[in-house]
Design a protein around this ligand. Sequence first.
Ligand code: HEM
Length: 488
Amino acid sequence: MIEVRKLEVMFNIWTSVIIGIAPLAGWLLWWWNDIWYAVPVKLRCSAGGTKLPPGYMGVPFFGEMLSFLWYFKIVRHPDDYINFKRRKYGDGVGLYRTHLFGSPSIVVYSPMANKFVLQEPNFSPGWPSSELIGTSLSGLVGDAHARMRSFVVRAVNHPDALCRITLMIQPRLRAALQSWAQKGRIVVFKEAKKVTFENIGKYFANFEPGPLLDTLNELFYGVLDGIRAYPINLPGTAYRSALQCRRKAMEIFKEELEKRKKCNATNPKDDIMGGLMQMKDEEGKPLRDVEVLDNIYALVIAGFESTSLAIMWAFYYLAKYPDVLKKLREEHLPISKKLNGDFITYDDISSCKYTNKVVEEIIRLANVSTCVFRIASKDIDYKGYRIPKGWKVISLIRYLHTNPENFDDPMSFNPDRWNEPPKMGTYLVFGGGPRICAGSKLARLQVAVLIHYLVLGYRWELVNPNAEMIYLSHPRPADGVDINISKI
Ligand code: HEM
């Protein structure tokens, strides 16, 4: 009897403890990241008159990742992630504190704050998977970055390079369009990735389609999967497998580079690898082999999926906006007559005023880069707010392009909006400041060349004109733009 009584008392004590502690534990869990990361900064800041941006940093480990995924993946209204914060915390100076991708972070959404972040040299690149990006241009800072950038920009974004690349990409693009029309029905994203990779193989390292290029293609898919995955290097993770893919891809490029060095057979005009091998900086110094290889690799990462997505969106919007398609045909018909079967040139493309507006509008709405990542290399103050050293800064550039405060009727496809320049700081699809996209002209060029052949030679329609949109890892219709296509 006494034993039973004892058990009863113990049970009552434990129940009271659990009931008492559970809310406290829940409260602690809910505010853990704010207590752990924000409170120490707030204490440091209080003396200097600066404060942390408003916001909420979420639960341990996950931070606010679940809320981010809720808006991007579940309800599929990515811009509401910021709209919700604006309603809750007010506009302030365009910064909120949070915890995303495993780090305490500041999310930046206003034009002025984005401009500040992208221009400020004390923010270093802060990609979640920096190990995969390597020591290429994208990973360098300061003078080393400026030196490397001058090489890379000359190799892919200067008029000389663009003239050569314009001619190099056309045989594959023409052949791809013809084969798509023969098939009759294709998923554009899938096919665009194939032809973009073939072209990359050609103008980066003079690789022709075949088993080697197919292997490289597979390896780069592996790397891209890892870049998007949580950066945990454990057996079985996408990240670990991506690191292995990176190593194998680099071995293939290295073999090619060694082959060229042995037979001294590189002409800077052949391809980007040749260009990078031959270039010298202002002091006459060439790039080291490892720098050539790292940059080739990083350029493929930067240019492969982004270009394929832009091409996919070209098919999508031109199918939805027949008036725009008609105007494009009118612009390209006289050029085609003049060319009489020859390849279109970079100068021809540059002279197509309407096409260039269409390309800009495609790229604005494609929002290939949702955000750009930085890390504060020291405490940085902006308009009375502190961005603490070591915190990630996530510049949500997408929000600029979809915000009606910046673009009238932002979700409608209207190339004529480019008759006027955009409002200051509101158009950052290619980033801004010293790290602005090194391949921006190349990306635009590839879409424009595609448009030339597509609008004159083909008719196509969307199989699912109201396909659902997905936003991660990149915005696109869920069906990858499934079309019926035929020759005109
Ligand atoms: C529509 C297509 C593209 C979009 C939307 C795009 C977007 C961007 C953005 C937003 C950045 C800035 C990243 C940052 O500030 O950290 C960037 C950087 C970069 N992009 Fe692109 N990109 C595109 C195509 C390309 C292509 C085709 C190439 C080259 C083959 C390229 C090469 C690079 C490189 C090398 C950087 C790093 C620049 C630096 O750190 O100095 N991109 N891109």
